[in-house]
Design a binder for this molecule. Structure first.
Ligand code: ARG
Length: 493
C-alpha cells in the first residue's frame, strides 16, 4: 500500500506525480531531512512519547540511508521517500512512528533553512576569497594613476587601487548582509507540525538545539507559512550579483581596444569561430547575464508568496529551487571572479596616458585659483570653464591655454591684475600631484589608500565569522551523535 495516499485516495497518475513532485530540488535536502528525523525521534524517546528500542531502530534505519539516495517521484518528495525507506527497513509497527508529532510542512521549512545556512557560509567564504584577491591587486596598484569617471566621462584622476578598493568595500557590505540574514535563517520551525503543533508533549527547543539552530520560529502558523528568510537571502544575493555585474561591466569595456586598460587572462576568454583575431571576455559577460537570472529567482519567489494565504500551500514547494539556483549562481560567480582577477593584467602605462589625456585636472586648477586669489569657487569654476572652452575651440591643451590665457581671463573676470605663480599652475595641472594631494580620509592619495588597504587587510586577517558558525554547527552535530550513541548503549543492554 502507498504510505502517503493511505486509504483515502486511489492511485496517483504518473503525470500528476511527476508534475507535483519536488524531488529535483529536494536533492539538496536529503542529509538535513535525515538529520531532522534523527533529532525528532531522539526527542520523542527522551520525552517518553515513543519506546526507546523502537526509536533506536528508526535512527539506525535512518543512518543507513545513503546521501545520494534514489528518490521515487510517486512518493512526492524527500520526506516521504525517507519515511518509506525506514518503514521498509523496520516495518510499519516501528517506522510508522516517524511522522508522529511532525509534518512535512515543518520538516521542509527546517531542512531548507539547514541547507541555506550552509550555502550562506560557503558564499561568505567565497566573498572573503574574492576580497583578498582584490586587496592583492590594490597593493600592486597603489601608484597606478587612472582617470576617475562620472557619467563615464573623465572626471578627476584617481588610482587603480582606489577604484578597485571601492568594489572591495561593496563586497564587504554584501558579506555583512549575509551575516544578518543568517540570524533569521537559523531558526527552527520543527514542532509546528502541519500548522497547529501537536497534543503530544514535544520539546521544540530540544530539537532546535540538536539541529544547531539559534532559536525557534515560534508561532507555528508562521513557522510553516513563511519563506521570508529565503526571499531575504535571495535579495541579498541579487544585491551581491549586482555589485559583481557592475564590476564585470567595467572589465568588459576596459578590455576593449578603445580602452585597452586590462588584458583578460586567456584561460577566462574565448575566441570566435569565424574571426580568428577575437578575444572575447565571455566569463564577465556571463556574470552580467547570470545576475539577471538571480533577479528572476527573486521575482519568482516574491510572486509565489504575494497572494498566498496562510498557512502552508504547495506553491511554497515551487519556491525552493529558486533558492538553490540563486545560491549556486552566486557561489560559482564569486569563485570564478576571484580566479580570473588574480590573473588579470592591468596596463599601467595606458591608464596614466588616459588620465593625462583629458582635462581631469580642471577641478584642481579651479581650487588653486581659489587658494591663490581668494575668490569664490563659483568664479574660479567660470574662469576654468572659459579656459576649457578656449582650449577646445583652438585645439590646444589645457596646459597651453593656462600658460597663455589664464592671467588675462582672471584680469577680465576679477578686474584685478594679480598673477598666479607658475609653480602653483603647474602643480594644479600635474595629474600625479592631483592624486597625491587628495589625502582626505577615503581619498585616492597612495598614502590614504594604503591606510585603507591595511585596515581592510587586518579585518580580513581577523575574520572568523564563518569558522565560528561552523564550530557552533559542529558542536550540535557532535551532540546529536553523542545522544544517539548514549541511546544505543541503553538499548544494547
Ligand atoms: N514537498 C513539499 C515542499 O517542498 C513538502 C510537502 C508538503 N506537502 C503537503 N501536502 N503538505 O514544500
Amino acid at each position: 500500500m502507498d504510505i502517503l495516499r493511505g486509504e483515502r485516495l486511489s492511485e496517483f497518475s504518473d503525470e500528476a506525480a511527476n508534475y507535483t513532485s519536488s524531488i529535483d530540488s529536494d536533492k539538496f535536502l536529503v542529509s538535513p531531512t535525515i538529520k531532522i528525523n534523527k533529532a525528532h525521534i531522539l526527542m520523542l524517546v527522551k520525552k517518553g512519547i515513543i519506546d526507546q528500542r523502537e526509536g533506536f531502530s528508526c535512527i539506525k534505519a535512518l543512518e543507513e540511508i545513503p546521501k545520494e539516495m534514489e528518490m521515487d517521484p510517486k512518493l512526492e518528495d524527500v520526506h516521504m521517500n525517507v519515511e518509506a525507506l525506514v518503514v521498509k527497513e523496520v516495518g510499519e509497527n516501528i517506522g510508522g512512528q516517524l511522522n508522529l508529532a511532525k509534518s512535512r510542512n515543518d520538516q521542509v521549512a527546517t531542512a531548507i533553512r539547514m541547507t541555506l545556512r550552509e550555502f550562506i557560509l560557503d558564499i561568505s567564504s567565497a566573498i572573503i576569497r574574492l576580497r583578498e584577491a582584490i586587496l592583492q591587486k590594490c597593493k600592486e596598484h597603489l601608484d597606478t594613476v587612472m582617470p576617475g569617471y562620472t557619467h563615464l566621462q573623465h572626471a578627476q584622476p584617481v588610482t587603480l587601487a582606489h577604484h578597485l578598493l571601492a568594489h572591495h568595500d561593496s563586497l564587504m557590505r554584501d558579506e555583512e548582509r549575509l551575516t544578518g540574514v543568517y540570524e533569521r535563517v537559523n531558526l527552527s520551525p520543527m514542532g509546528a507540525c502541519a500548522l497547529a503543533t501537536t497534543g503530544f508533549e514535544i520539546d521544540r527547543v530540544m530539537v532546535s538545539e540538536l539541529l544547531g539552530f539559534d532559536g525557534l520560529v515560534e508561532n507555528s502558523i508562521d513557522a510553516v507559512s513563511t519563506r521570508d528568510f529565503a526571499v531575504e537571502a535571495i535579495s541579498n544575493l541579487a544585491i551581491l550579483m549586482t555589485d559583481l555585474s557592475r564590476f564585470a561591466e567595467e572589465l568588459i569595456f576596459w578590455s576593449s581596444h578603445e580602452f585597452s586598460i586590462v588584458e583578460m587572462p586567456d584561460e577566462y576568454a574565448s575566441t570566435s569561430s569565424i574571426m580568428p583575431q577575437k578575444k572575447n571576455p565571455v566569463v564577465v559577460e556571463l556574470v552580467r547575464a547570470k545576475t539577471s537570472n538571480v533577479y528572476g529567482n527573486l521575482l519568482a519567489s516574491l510572486s509565489i508568496l504575494k497572494a498566498l494565504p496562510y498557512s502552508y500551500n504547495l506553491d511554497l514547494q515551487e519556491l525552493t529551487h529558486h533558492i538553490w539556483d540563486a545560491c549556486q549562481t552566486a557561489l560559482s560567480t564569486l569563485d570564478i571572479f576571484a580566479h580570473m582577477l588574480k590573473k588579470m593584467k592591468f596596463n599601467t602605462k595606458r591608464l596614466l596616458e588616459l588620465a593625462q589625456s583629458e582635462m581631469s585636472t580642471a577641478t584642481e586648477l579651479a581650487d588653486t585659483i581659489v587658494r591663490e586669489l581668494g575668490i569664490p569657487f563659483r568664479t574660479a569654476h567660470r574662469i576654468v570653464g572659459l579656459l576649457v572652452r578656449r582650449a577646445l575651440a583652438d585645439d590646444k591643451s589645457l596646459d597651453r591655454v593656462v600658460k597663455e590665457d589664464l592671467d588675462g581671463i582672471v584680469k577680465a573676470t576679477t578686474r584685478k591684475g594679480i598673477h598666479i605663480p607658475n609653480e602653483a599652475k603647474q602643480k594644479a595641472l600635474d595629474t600625479i600631484e592631483n592624486v597625491k594631494i587628495r589625502s582626505v580620509r577615503g581619498g585616492p592619495s597612495p598614502k590614504e589608500v594604503a591606510r585603507m588597504l591595511k585596515q581592510r587587510s587586518n579585518a580580513l586577517k581577523n575574520y572568523n565569522w564563518v569558522s565560528k558558525k561552523r564550530e557552533a554547527l559542529k558542536i550540535s552535530h557532535d551532540r546529536l551523535a553523542e545522544e544517539i550513541s548514549k541511546l544505543k548503549e541503553v538499548v544494547d543492554v
